[in-house]
Write a protein of this length. Structure first.
Length: 150
């Protein structure tokens, strides 16, 4: 029987992430597992970065990171405030990088037994143009992935 001791919950703070948070909370409660939340700030491509002065990029990154940390705190307070009472531990982290690569890296770093994440449910040309972080995580993960459709 599968045993979940550490769950990684990847969030972008969207409606889909809110629905996935319910599943992550339920699993963490049932398994008494550690729940590690991660939010990935997608970095600017080198091409876009070269067009801006370094100090502008650095200021922008600091601002985005500050807001992401505030959003993470609010998200944790909203969805996981009762973690200690429910018998599970919550940790969180905001990282900068490629969405799916950072999620997989975090899963390995924290020793996740399961990745939980929301999906936007894009189809057709929108999926081709925008891509799907969830799909890439599912294809490349070495542990099971639970996706919750928005």
């Amino acid at each position: 029987m599968a045993e979940y001791k550490t769950l990684l919950f990847a969030t972008d703070f969207s409606e889909g992430a809110s629905k996935a948070a319910d599943h992550a909370r339920s699993l963490a409660t049932l398994c008494k597992a550690r729940l590690h939340l991660v939010h990935v700030i997608t970095e600017l491509s080198d091409k876009r970065r070269r067009r801006l002065p370094a100090e502008v990029v650095n200021t922008f990154v600091r601002e985005v990171e500050t807001h992401a940390l505030e959003d993470m705190h609010a998200f944790c307070s909203k969805f996981f405030a009762d973690a200690a009472e429910a018998g599970y531990q919550v940790t969180s982290e905001v990282v900068i990088g490629s969405g799916f690569q950072e999620i997989l890296k975090q899963a390995e770093t924290v020793g996740a037994d399961l990745i939980v994440m929301g999906t936007h449910g894009r189809t057709g040309i929108e999926k081709v143009l925008v891509g799907s972080t969830a799909e890439r995580v599912v294809r490349n993960a070495t542990v099971p992935v639970l996706t919750v459709r928005e």
